[in-house]
Design a protein around this ligand. Structure first.
Ligand code: ADP
Length: 319
């Protein structure tokens, strides 16, 4: 029924848009959350996609559900909680467009997703199950994330994990690392940024970190994204380096999420398992993912910055 099921946080990102007459910063209410960005990217790129998570039954949560609907993501499994509020994050951009976050997440609805609220039957009929570590930081959603990864594996669904490390959501960085390494053992596809690969392996050089990860973890496909320098991808048989696309980046928010969304949409086009892709098939999917990531950096915001399929095709044709 679905190509992609994305589990995770969906929240409001308040992004800075200028200074008021009184000299105070003005923030815009944007839908956000890595797994939600990823889901919208996958859906926009043609994959049948559903989102699983929890938001508050408040004005923010209702707006988030509408965002999924507008972007073609099935929102039937987005729970609107009367008890807990929608999580809020304030984004700060530095002069280079790089982000930092302040989170308002105490008892945030996303952390309160319990396993008993999820109908696992959805896993019987989907190809890719995606999650990240943000739900693992606190609350019942930690256990839910691990249980769903295990359930997905049991049912032969391809599990996709993006650590999406947010150290300021964790009291203890070492605990974050241990939880993330545990989740990585359950992942068929592993997507890390260059910085995450270095932090998790202790190896600065991405190719060497990738070799280490392929030795130590069962992933069938490992991707390390390198910002404007593209990505490297390893399978058990193949190694690909993609140099990335030259674009005028204004905001790198959601570049990695949209990369993954593009990748899963491209992989959904083939019946083959990840491990059995030819070099040409994998190269096509990775090029597509890099193009989606690159175009997302050319606009401000996350979901609103996602390109259309036609824009991606044009970039691929002209490069
Ligand atoms: P994350 O958001 O997880 O840190 P990256 O910043 O590595 O991920 O970006 C993911 C992908 O988006 C990259 O592999 C690349 O293809 C594309 N991308 C990111 N930043 C740029 C940029 N400045 N110019 C071109 N492409 C970019």
């Amino acid at each position: 029924m679905f190509d992609v099921l994305s589990l995770g946080e969906m929240l409001i990102d308040f992004t800075p848009v200028g200074i008021s007459e009184n000299g105070n910063p003005i923030f815009e209410r944007n839908p956000g959350g890595g797994p939600a960005n990823m889901a919208c990217a996958a859906a926009k790129m043609g994959a049948k996609t559903a989102f699983l998570g929890k938001v508050g039954k408040d004005a923010f949560g209702t707006a988030l559900k509408e965002t999924l609907d507008k972007n073609g993501v099935n929102s039937d499994r987005l729970i609107l909680s009367p008890e807990y509020p929608t999580t809020l994050a304030f984004v700060h951009l530095d002069a280079d467009g790089d982000r930092s976050f302040s989170f308002y997440r105490h008892n945030g609805a996303d952390t309160m997703l319990s396993f008993s609220e999820v109908d696992c039957a959805v896993l019987d009929d989907c190809r890719f199950f995606f999650c990240s570590s943000v739900l693992m930081a606190e609350g019942p959603s930690r256990r839910t994330s691990f249980s769903l990864m295990e359930e997905a594996k049991k049912r032969g669904v391809c599990t996709v994990f993006d650590p999406n490390l947010r150290p300021n959501l964790w009291g203890d960085t070492e605990e974050m690392k241990q939880q993330v390494l545990s989740a990585m053992r359950l992942a068929d596809i592993l997507k890390l940024s260059e910085e995450e690969a270095a932090f998790l392996t202790g190896i600065e050089e991405p190719e060497q970190a990738a070799e280490f990860l392929m030795r130590e973890y069962p992933a069938k496909l490992l991707l390390i994204t390198l910002g404007k320098n593209g990505s490297i991808s390893f399978t058990r048989h193949l190694r690909l380096r993609h140099p990335g696309f030259p674009v005028k980046a204004v905001d790198t928010t959601a570049a990695g999420d949209s990369f993954t969304g593009g990748l899963l949409a491209a992989l959904s086009q083939t019946e083959k398992t990840v491990g059995s892709l030819t070099e040409q098939e994998l190269d096509r999917a990775i090029r597509f993912a890099n193009a989606v990531g690159a175009l997302t950096t050319t606009k401000k915001g996350s979901i609103s910055a996602l390109p259309t399929c036609a824009e991606v095709e044009t970039l691929l044709r002209t490069n």
